[in-house]
Design a protein around this ligand. Structure first.
Ligand code: ADP
Length: 326
């Protein structure tokens, strides 16, 4: 049997997941676990480079583990772990720091955006984030990284870092591909020119764990227009495409074609379809929440499995870099 290729991706535990995270990343994770050797991580060290409350962090980590499991990630098929439990990631990041030009990091769009959002806290971690991300991915010598569109630039940098290292120390890391879904960018509920994002506030997102009443409330407050507007139309069309029942798709796509949308009708229908799409998820999540020990065990078994590989890569890296004495 040939060895399956490796997939790595991570999400930050920094608040509730929204349907953008689902369509851009999580949905793809669930599909990939059947075909590849997958590592799905909770990127807690990444998340502390943003503003946060230390008292809330461990709950956010636990909540993201619940999301991963309830959406269908199966610890029998893939490895689920918390980044800080495998210290080799940060060790490799340090080595990568020494081969990454500062200018590469300064031009990252996410760094620029996040620096604007937290202008009183432009810390080194914010700048160095893509280097740690490269270490996360390359320590498992991943072939592919399922991410949303906003992460493509970071994966491109990961490939460069692999090249910088290989050129200096000899062929070690493969150059990973980004694996993009057919909906790699879902826009904000209140501003269809911006991506849906936790950092733009809860009103801009539909949480995958939101109750039906909440989804309906948020949808009713979402943008609409009396005239044709490309951004708004394509925003609703993508929601319909991904979550709509066949009947609703047919009915509303006709309205789209005629550029005559009854927004109040469309919004209520979409709210219902989105709620139904995540009904099983919500139920499974509530069940899992009652058994924190089970969830913690899955995470520590995942870390143990991942660490075997991470240690092996670090041994190889240290030898190549020359910090192991013969
Ligand atoms: P980060 O982008 O810093 O990893 P997020 O929690 O914002 O943290 O993103 C987690 C995943 O969800 C990433 O793969 C990201 O590309 C994807 N994602 C985030 N927002 C969207 C969106 N609006 N549409 C599609 N994918 C998204």
């Amino acid at each position: 049997m040939t060895k399956k290729q490796t997939i790595f991706s991570a999400i930050q535990p920094s608040g509730e997941l929204h349907i953008g995270n689902y369509l851009g990343a999580l949905k793809n994770f669930v599909e990939l676990q059947d075909k590849y050797d997958c590592f799905f991580f909770i990127a807690d060290y990444h998340s502390i480079s943003g503003e946060y409350n230390p008292k809330e962090k461990s709950k956010q980590i636990f909540d993201l583990a619940l999301d991963f499991l309830a959406i269908g990630l199966d610890p029998q098929k893939c490895t689920i772990a918390v980044q800080s439990q495998i210290p080799e990631h940060t060790e490799l990041a340090w080595i990568f720091n020494t081969v990454t030009p500062l200018a590469e990091l300064q031009r990252m769009t996410q760094f620029k955006d996040k620096s604007q959002n937290q202008d009183q806290n432009i810390n080194m971690g914010l700048l160095d984030y893509p280097v740690l991300q490269a270490a996360d991915i390359l320590i498992y010598k991943a072939y592919g990284v399922p991410v949303g569109q906003d992460q493509i630039q970071h994966i491109e940098l990961t490939r460069k870092i692999a090249r910088f290292f290989n050129n200096k120390f000899g062929e070690t890391f493969p150059e990973p591909k980004d694996l993009i879904t057919k909906t790699p960018k879902i826009m904000s509920l209140i501003d269809p020119t911006k991506k849906m994002s936790k950092s733009h506030g809860k009103k801009s997102c539909i949480g995958i764990n939101d109750e039906p009443e909440m989804i309906k409330k948020k949808m009713r407050k979402a943008v609409s227009t009396t005239e044709y507007n490309e951004d708004i139309y394509s925003f609703y069309a993508s929601l319909l495409e991904n979550f709509g029942t066949e009947k609703n798709k047919k009915y509303f796509l006709e309205q789209f074609k005629n550029k005559d949308i009854k927004f109040s009708e469309l919004k209520d229908a979409l709210a219902e379809d989105i709620s139904n799409h995540f009904k099983d998820f919500r139920e499974k999540r509530k069940e899992l929440e009652k058994d924190p020990e089970k969830v913690k065990n899955i995470l520590s078994e995942g870390a143990e499995k991942a660490r075997v590989i991470a240690k092996k890569t670090m041994r190889e890296v240290k030898e190549k870099v020359g910090v192991i004495m013969g």
